[in-house]
Ligand binder design. Structure first.
Ligand SMILES: Cc1cc2nc3c(=O)[nH]c(=O)nc-3n(C[C@H](O)[C@H](O)[C@H](O)COP(=O)(O)OP(=O)(O)OC[C@H]3O[C@@H](n4cnc5c(N)ncnc54)[C@H](O)[C@@H]3O)c2cc1C
Length: 372
């Protein structure tokens, strides 16, 4: 996978032009983790996921630019587009097309340059984003802005804060900013955003992840151990659900927050769900919470959540899928492959769940043939 993601491949290793390679990847990695190469395939995947009981599907367009702190280089298809296209583009047409399906993320090369400088993107892009936000508001589609490598993150956060200030009103978050719990700086950033939300009266869309760029971001910015990241994640999730983070909810009133817990960690999701259930039952204040796992990963966690019945139905669980051509999706697929190395313990749970399901079905089959 890592060899295939290198730019300027020979015909043999070009996943879009070598049909045999394309076919093998499509049936193995691609269909496990991605929604489709076009609108028709993606819509069929969304339908399938919704039929399984998921409240919705978070759609992400695959084209991306990752900054590697160690080599100080950018890589990914956003860079290739920058080299061939030059400046002036507003919004990738694939992204605009995505609005007609579900929620979206992603940006073109001119925009990544602005993010690198910690600036807002050009006005053309801001206008396109306003258009998207209005369309999404009309269609009740939420927008989750992903957190990327630290290199781009200041600009992304500045933009997301502006959009939240404008569109997140009356207790409803149309826009969510993503907070990476593995960063030592996240509590400070979150406190700043809570203060902004309190001051300007908008709802903070708080999508919480642990963080995916440990291999390429500056290591000293990230917690030293997995346990410290876990504590940070659970601390923010539970703090939001208890409406108590730092001074907020104590000496300062807690602002309006909508929470999205994006994680495969069963302990984190179950603890958050239990806490919210307890607070609702006890008539204590809390915030709305939704859960999301990536398509193709941790189905055992997603389905365990879906099976939990509360007084007002099951928790809201979403699957997050990526769409785009095979070449566009390669960097995403490579990250999933690397991340699954971290997931041995989760795979153990899933393996046991699958094994008992196979045994149950085989037994049911024998019981059926014995009775006929
Ligand atoms: C729906 C969804 C959306 C996502 N969106 C984003 C996004 O916008 N931006 C983004 O960056 N990521 C995103 N992710 C990925 C996420 O950040 C994690 O990489 C991934 O989910 C694995 O973490 P976990 O919470 O599922 O579980 P776990 O497997 O319990 O945790 C693994 C994570 O712990 C952290 N970790 C591992 N080892 C160490 C260590 N030695 N020291 C410190 N920390 C360590 C890393 O963050 C690692 O990814 C998303 C994930 C989901 C499910």
């Amino acid at each position: 996978m890592s060899v295939l993601t290198k730019p300027r491949q020979t015909l043999l290793l070009n996943v879009d032009r070598n049909r045999i390679l394309h076919g093998i990847l499509k049936k193995t990695f691609y269909e496990q983790f991605c929604a489709g190469e076009n609108g028709t395939e993606s819509k069929a995947t969304i339908r399938q996921l919704k039929d399984m009981g998921f409240r919705g599907v978070i759609m992400t367009y695959a084209k991306e630019t990752v900054f590697d702190h160690r080599t100080k280089t950018q890589h990914g298809l956003g860079v290739a587009a920058l080299e061939s296209k030059k400046k002036g583009e507003s919004l990738d047409p694939h992204i605009a097309q995505c609005v007609n399906v579900e929620a979206l993320t992603g940006a073109g090369p001119t925009v990544t340059e602005a993010f690198t400088a910690g600036e807002l993107p050009p006005q053309q892009m801001m206008d396109a984003l306003d258009d998207i936000c209005n369309k999404c508001r009309d269609r009740h589609v939420r927008i989750l802005v992903d957190a990327e490598s630290q290199h781009f993150q200041w600009g992304i956060q500045r933009l997301t804060l502006e959009l939240m200030r404008k569109y997140n009103r009356d207790g409803y978050a149309l826009i969510y900013n993503t907070y990476q719990a593995y960063l030592k700086s996240t509590p400070t950033i979150l406190a700043k955003h809570l203060a902004e939300s309190q001051k300007d009266g908008f709802t903070l869309g708080l999508k919480l992840v642990r963080g995916a760029y440990i291999a390429s971001d500056e290591r000293c910015l990230i917690h030293d151990t997995k346990e410290a990241t876990d504590d940070a994640y659970n601390g923010i999730a539970q703090g939001a659900l208890k409406q108590r983070i730092g001074d907020f909810g104590d000496s300062t009133a807690f602002p309006s927050v909508n929470l999205f817990l994006a994680t495969h960690n069963k302990q984190s999701v179950m603890a958050a769900h239990q806490l919210q259930k307890h607070r609702l039952a006890a008539g204590l204040p809390t915030v709305p919470v939704r859960f999301a796992q990536l398509h193709g990963m941790s189905d055992e966690v997603s389905f365990s959540l879906l099976q939990l019945k509360d007084h007002d139905g099951s928790p809201e669980v979403y699957k997050c899928s990526t769409w785009g051509g095979m070449g566009e999706c390669l960097a995403y697929l490579l990250r999933r492959a690397i991340e699954n190395r971290d997931a041995v313990s989760r795979t153990g749970d899933e393996y046991r769940a699958l094994k008992s399901e196979v045994v149950r079905r085989v037994k049911a089959l024998f019981a059926f043939s014995a009775s006929t």
